[in-house]
Design a binder for this molecule. Structure first.
Ligand SMILES: [Zn+2]
Length: 191
């Protein structure tokens, strides 16, 4: 969007300075433009109703210095989720799985399990791992493909804390039971 266009927020009706968020319909037509403040307020309101943590809300919470009720809560959830991610990293990623992916020219992999689907995509020294429930809730992790130390972190999320922890636990248990076998899948792309 060029700077000389005047854009007014579809929610507060004020002139939008800087950051705007545009919603499109399926035909690519603009449905609505809102200012950054209104967008955040709407995302926070959704979170307060559902407790579903979305990637952009998580980013907003992590970047925030004030301890609002919502951002402190999201950051606390994030800390607990990160601890479980570290457990998954130690039990599943570091070792045989990492070595297999690091040594392979194959970029996309997947593992299907009764409780979740795991999609793995490796490129340019980074490996992304999406753990997805069949209802669409998911968490995406990222790790350095060749580094043997702890590098795994959260890249994206669409789940409550409870669900995110359950997804990670399901993956850990499935791996421990030998039921999370990665197979090459060229259809797995940028995830
Ligand atoms: Zn606004």
């Amino acid at each position: 969007m060029s700077d000389d266009q005047e854009v007014f927020c579809g929610s507060c009706r004020n002139y939008c300075h800087g950051h705007t968020v545009t919603t499109y319909n399926d035909n690519g037509e603009v449905l609505r433009i809102v200012c950054g403040d209104c967008d955040l307020a709407e995302r926070v309101a959704r979170y307060m109703c559902t407790r579903v943590i979305e990637s952009r809300l998580l980013l907003s919470a992590v970047c925030r210095t004030t301890d609002d009720d919502w951002s402190g809560e999201v950051r606390a959830s994030y800390e607990r989720i990160k601890m479980r991610v570290k457990y998954l990293e130690r039990s599943w990623w570091l070792g045989a799985v990492q070595q297999m992916i690091d040594a392979s020219s194959q970029r996309g992999w997947r593992a299907d399990h009764a409780l979740l689907t795991m999609l793995v995509w490796s490129c340019a020294g980074r490996t992304m791992v999406t753990l997805e429930r069949h209802d669409g809730d998911h968490i995406t992790l990222i790790a350095a493909t060749s580094e043997t130390g702890s590098t795994m972190g959260v890249q994206g999320i669409q789940a409550t804390e409870t669900t995110a922890l359950a997804i990670l636990d399901d993956a850990i248990r499935a791996h421990e039971a030998g039921a999370l076998t990665l197979v090459p899948d060229d259809k797995v792309g940028m995830i």
